[in-house]
Design a protein around this ligand. Structure first.
Ligand SMILES: Nc1nc2c(c(=O)[nH]1)N[C@H]1C(S)=C(S)[C@@H](COP(=O)(O)OP(=O)(O)OC[C@H]3O[C@@H](n4cnc5c(N)ncnc54)[C@H](O)[C@@H]3O)O[C@H]1N2
Ligand code: MOO
Length: 418
């Protein structure tokens, strides 16, 4: 069961709204969704991809003590009157894990290794390649800076500083950082359970051996399960239901009890067999946000017995684009993270296109020779274009005539967490 539930009017649209601009739809989701998962404690090394449920503070500094950045020789800068100079070397050395216990007398030098604590009486380290040693005497070069090759205690992070902010999605780098700072457990949100359901009489499962020509392999479900996993959610395979209202109702009922959010594909449009949108409209709380977007226009957003439902279009390209644009930031907020804005950059087009006013368009694209190429077809059943692409070109709502060399906005798939 979920720890919390969203209100049924979560996706309600203002009266009279018909074609919803993408930005309005996104703002609506952003304003209304909230975290629905409880907090648990995990060892740091098992928290990859989780969202931090609180600020975590450094329990020790990094580095905890001043140490040497190189293998070389340490001495007190002020004890040398002029460079170049010679200094007697004392016995012993400071190494990582076995520091020198005594102080180094003024005017003397000591052997010191990378990572070794700086002994008392030393503030500067000279690189071993820059010196020569003869009979226990060290010859220093002409130009050395006070404090050279040393790392100060806490120069990276001080005790008590925030090491990991609440809501941050934990990366491998965060695991290194929190471990280095002596934090042994993290308060994180338990993974969001994302149920994935395919609908349609024509679908057969992957591996089905003898499909006839009217049958289609269910490509959306493994695609969305993979996306949910990639975004570090718990992906729950809800299987496939035929175009049968009773079966769909039973499946949604069961799913609403066992997952936090449901992603369906197919049946979102207005055809005779589009049972997802009609069932959600009649028995759930549907707001059939006909979004001013291509691909992905028939995106159905609804609540079913307390669980948000993203009724994604059946066409795989539309399902993919809607998952990236709408589901990803929404799931992130429900999982305890922050709303995610994909980062884009302008790049010259390598293509020509005339675009109509009144909707956003997302083209499968990739960058070659510093220009954005787009897939030759915009057909939303052309899955090969998704594989070909390395990102999306976003075209805003206005009309536009694009010539090669004109700037277009490119969003790499990496910006969608892929
Ligand atoms: N009269 C209208 N017809 C359509 C409209 C419209 O506004 N008015 N919108 C079109 C757009 S745009 C899209 S996108 C599709 C979406 O329709 P549905 O969500 O109802 O999807 P289906 O009709 O069930 O399927 C569409 C297409 O995708 C294939 N499909 C479905 N599920 C899968 C799957 N799991 N794996 C692979 N392929 C799948 C399905 O076989 C169809 O070819 O509606 C347009 N029509
Ligand atoms: O939203 Mo649809 O993808 O344009 O076919």
């Amino acid at each position: 069961m979920t720890s919390d539930r969203l209100p049924d009017d979560c996706f309600a649209l203002p009266p009279g709204v018909d074609w919803t601009p993408v930005d309005v739809a996104l703002r609506g989701l952003r304003d209304r969704l909230e975290c629905v998962v409880s907090v648990e404690r995990r060892p740091v090394d098992q928290a990859l991809g989780c969202r931090a449920a609180a600020d975590h503070h450094a329990r020790r500094a990094n580095p905890p003590t001043a140490n040497s950045a190189v293998d070389g020789y340490g001495f007190a800068f002020d004890s040398v009157r002029a460079f170049p100079a010679t200094l007697p070397l004392i016995q012993g050395r400071s190494a990582a894990g076995s520091p020198l216990s005594e102080a180094v007398p003024a005017g003397h030098a000591v052997r010191i290794l990378t990572g070794a604590p700086i002994p008392a009486g030393v503030d500067t380290v000279v690189l071993q390649e820059d010196v020569s040693i003869e009979g226990g005497t060290l010859s220093l070069p002409g130009s050395i800076k006070c404090g050279a090759n040393t790392r100060k205690a806490g120069e990276d992070v001080c005790v008590g500083q925030v090491a990991l902010g609440a809501s941050r999605q934990i990366t491998a780098a965060d695991i290194a950082l929190t471990t280095a700072l002596g934090i042994d457990g993290l308060d994180v949100y338990r993974p969001l359970r994302v149920g994935i359901l395919s609908t349609g009489d024509e679908l057969v499962p992957a591996g089905y051996l003898a499909p006839d020509n009217a049958e289609i392999y269910d490509a959306n479900r493994p695609m969305l399960l993979s996306l949910a996993r990639r975004w570090s959610h718990e992906a729950v395979d809800l299987g496939h239901v035929r175009d049968d209202r009773g079966a769909l109702r039973r499946c949604l009922d069961e799913a609403a009890r066992s997952v936090d959010v449901i992603l369906t594909t197919g049946g979102a449009s207005a055809g005779d067999e589009d049972h997802v949108s009609s069932l959600l409209r009649e028995e759930g709380t549907l707001n059939h946000w006909r979004i001013a977007i291509k691909p992905g226009r028939p995106l159905a957003l609804a609540m079913w017995k307390g669980a948000p439902v993203f009724g994604l279009p059946g066409n795989p390209v539309a399902a993919f684009v809607c998952a990236l644009l709408f589901a990803r930031p929404s799931l992130e907020v429900m999982a305890g993270g922050v709303w995610l804005e994909p980062q884009s950059f302008d790049i010259p087009a390598a293509f020509e296109k005339r675009k109509k006013v009144g909707r956003q368009e997302y083209l499968r694209a990739r960058v070659r020779n510093g220009r954005a190429e787009v897939f030759p077809s915009e057909g939303s059943g052309r899955i090969s274009g998704l594989s070909w692409a390395e990102g999306l070109v976003k075209l805003d709502d206005g009309a536009r005539s694009i010539a090669p060399g004109d700037p277009v906005s490119f969003i790499p798939f990496g910006s969608f967490g892929l």
